[in-house]
Design a protein around this ligand. Structure first.
Ligand code: B12
Ligand code: SF4
Length: 661
């Protein structure tokens, strides 16, 4: 599949043109609630976007439908809310609706089935994590909303599209119409047979096949400029066994990497849409297979170098990323332009972690892990869970203290939520501790869904609210934003571009967050970031002058050895290597890597040659100067401060949702 030259085609504008004999498919993305941590709905207008992320799962599924047979139109209700009648005529005109949802989109899906889809005879097929994990509720409904799903949906697809596509094609070939009986479930027999909570099939390679032939997502079905970031999947599955996790349940208990060449093609396809900016590597655990990740990162580095670093990557990884064993991956992530990584830290208390079976987090020093990444220029986002069987009211304070001292700004905190088919859910069910609250999957929603062990439900709810207040009021958010901006040592592997959209967002932020609210904390954040830029710029320029002097001395006195100590020599060699990677794409990555390894060995053996010294010195100087330019007004710290302030505005509002109720 190739990406068409016009990336704006087919974005839910005029109804699709019907060619005779072809099938019409309507791809539906239900709406995310306003008050959700990741929706960024409060600030999207400010940054000139309609939604945060495109529906990668649905676009990937679309890639399995032959273009020679199908006309597809995508309706993303996060981008545009359609009047019911207009949406109904789209549904009625289609042969089938393909919907994709997480549990958090359930309400919107229910509204769609009760509204626009009602009275049409178009069948509705649901895939994505909601269908996988909540299939039982839909097949045997107990609540009114589940009954709507039961009657409104025709097919539920468990897991990845690839496993179900043949059966789905067969079903669609017969020209089905909507029926209000129980939906049919497409699921591998083994998975359907096992006891809920069992994980016996997680390593079954027939159920979780390699990702070698996943089609490219159909980017032509969206208008790329509606979205803030793009997404790419490089692996699926995870080797760990956290008790609350449903991901491994439907994506497998081991890491399945895509071949690097396929990932490269996906990145090229995103680039061809004209998009530049943040790309979310949406893996369940980016480092689930470290050997494969290293190879993949080499490909990503080469891609970035070849195109002048068009993308800034964000991903999700397990906390072992910060251990010395995986330092080489952090180094490669830096060179590939990773800007941030989401870590499932969950809880600083080892006993709580043990109760989640999150053993990997107990083995590492969590504070040190966060620090290692920050020092390598990668901002850490953290996920935190309150409500383990070990937690008491005091645990809420410990979570807050950890977030503050580790300088994590994007802290997604929430209550423990048991998801069906997970060992956690089964244990709580056996112990009679499940409550009948609807699972929304939204961390800003504070319905208590189980009886906690060492607190009352009311205390759990109060503790959760206390965490939000302690971290997300305006003053706290801005203070933590500054801590984070100061802690993350900028690595310089970015495009260095500064778009007009960015300037507009900054102006709107100054007006809306600062001037209109007379918010001193907001201005303190910007002022301090401005000063940090100045300090860094001066420091880097001074260092560049020193290197120039060292080189001059060497030339003038015709010395054959350099008067710098070993640590300093390592630093300069590192700077030189960074410059070659970032600014000299004509020199192959393998060549740079082997030069750097040789130089390090010669530093260790005290055997640097004059050629080495000259090469190191000149490139280190250029590197320092290039870095210093990034701190020129509006410098990188100020830009990061604006970004954090804008994100913080959304968090303040979204995280305060329960207290507004
Ligand atoms: C990346 C990611 C995010 C990103 C981007 C989300 C987005 N807009 O797409 C961010 C960080 C924003 C995010 C946020 C949230 N997320 Co999230 N996220 C993921 C993650 C890690 C990967 C999703 C992904 O894109 N995978 C890659 C694509 C290619 O795979 P896929 O979507 O599964 O699609 C395949 C199949 O499902 C299937 N398929 C998908 N759709 C369809 C449709 C049809 C018709 C068919 C036949 C097949 C089909 O075919 C596809 C190709 O094989 C998943 C974990 C996971 N593996 O699902 C969690 C996950 C989906 N997220 C989850 C949650 C809870 C959330 C939040 C609610 C967290 C929160 N508390 O705020 C928010 C909600 C988002 C919002 N806007 O408010 C849960 C959902 C639980 C559930 N069972 O419903 C998951 C499963 C993780 C978890 N267990 O905690 N998330
Ligand atoms: S590390 Fe993350 S993806 Fe892996 S099992 Fe634990 S929660 Fe699931």
């Amino acid at each position: 599949m190739s990406v068409p030259a016009n990336p704006t085609a087919g974005h839910g504008g005029p109804a699709m043109t019907v060619a005779p004999g072809r099938k019409q498919g309507l791809l539906l993305v239900p709406e995310f609630p306003f008050d959700s941590f990741w929706s960024f709905r409060y600030v999207l207008r400010l940054i000139g976007r309609k939604a945060t992320y495109p529906p990668l799962g649905l676009l990937t599924f679309a890639g399995y439908l032959p273009e020679s047979e199908w006309d597809l139109e995508l309706v993303d209700l996060n981008v545009r809310r359609w009047p019911e009648a207009a949406l109904r005529s789209k549904v009625a005109a289609a042969d089938v609706v393909f919907a994709s949802a997480m549990s958090i989109q359930k309400r919107s899906l229910v509204e769609f089935l009760q509204g626009a889809a009602r009275g049409t005879d178009t069948p509705v097929v649901l895939g994505g994590p909601f269908a996988s994990s909540f299939r039982e509720q839909i097949l045997r409904p107990e609540s009114p909303s589940d009954r709507v799903l039961h009657e409104g949906l025709d097919v539920l697809v468990w897991g990845e599209a690839r496993g179900a596509i043949d059966q789905l094609r067969e079903y669609l070939a017969a020209g089905p119409r909507h029926e209000s009986g129980a939906p049919r479930l497409l699921i591998p027999e083994t998975v359907a047979r096992v006891e809920p909570g069992s994980r016996g099939y997680l390593n079954d390679r027939a159920i979780f096949p390699p990702l070698d032939d996943v089609p490219l997502p159909r980017w032509d079905l969206i208008r790329v400029s509606d979205y803030d970031s793009m997404m790419v999947q490089t692996t699926a599955g995870c080797p760990f066994r956290c008790d609350f996790c449903d991901i491994i349940q439907f994506n497998g208990g081991f890491s399945r990497p895509k071949p690097p060449a396929l990932v490269r093609r996906e990145l090229e396809a995103i680039l061809a849409t004209g998009f530049r900016g943040g790309v979310f590597t949406v893996d369940d655990n980016f480092i689930g297979s470290p050997t494969a990740t290293a190879q993949l990162l080499d490909e990503m580095i080469e891609f970035q170098r070849a195109h002048g670093y068009p993308f800034g990557f964000l991903t999700q990884a397990s906390v072992d990323l910060g251990t010395p064993k995986l330092a080489h991956l952090v180094e490669k992530m830096r060179l590939a332009g990773f800007q941030s990584v989401f870590l499932g830290i969950e809880n600083p208390d080892p006993e709580a972690l043990r109760s989640f079976n999150k053993k990997q987090n107990i083995k590492v020093d969590l504070d040190a892990t966060v620090r290692v990444l920050q020092e390598n220029g990668i901002e850490v986002y953290g996920g935190f869970i309150f409500g383990s069987d070990q937690d008491t009211v005091a645990s809420a304070e410990r979570i807050v203290a950890f977030v503050k001292r580790s300088k994590i700004f994007t802290a997604m905190t929430g209550m423990l939520t048991p998801i069906p088919f997970t060992p956690l859910h089964e244990r709580l069910r056996r112990e009679g501790r499940l409550r009948l609250a609807e699972y929304s999957g939204n961390n800003t929603d504070d319905n208590v869904q189980f009886e906690p062990a060492r607190m009352t439900a009311a205390q759990l709810q109060a503790g959760s609210r206390a965490i939000s207040v302690a971290l997300f009021t305006a003053a706290e958010a801005y203070r933590r934003a500054l801590d984070s901006v100061a802690a993350v040592r900028h690595h310089g592997f970015n495009s260095g571009r500064f778009s007009a959209r960015y300037v507009k967002a900054a102006v709107a932020s100054i007006w809306g967050q600062g001037i209109r609210r007379h918010d001193r904390d907001y201005f303190r954040l910007l002022r301090s970031a401005f000063r940090l830029d100045r300090q860094f710029r001066r420091r880097l320029r001074r260092e560049a002058r020193e290197v120039a002097r060292l080189l001059r001395d060497l030339a003038v006195r015709e010395q054959t050895a350099w008067s710098v100590d070993r640590e300093h020599a390592y630093r300069l060699a590192g700077l030189a290597r960074d410059y070659l990677v970032r600014q000299c794409p004509e020199v192959g990555l393998a060549e740079v890597t082997s030069w750097f390894a040789g130089v390090r060995a010669r530093i260790d053996g005290n055997a640097l040659t004059v050629a080495d010294i000259t090469m190191i010195g000149q490139n280190a100087m250029a590197s320092l100067r290039a870095q210093a330019r990034q701190y020129r007004f509006p410098g990188i710290k100020l830009r990061k401060a604006f970004e954090a302030a804008i994100r913080g505005w959304h968090y303040q509002k979204a995280m305060a949702a329960p207290t507004r109720r």
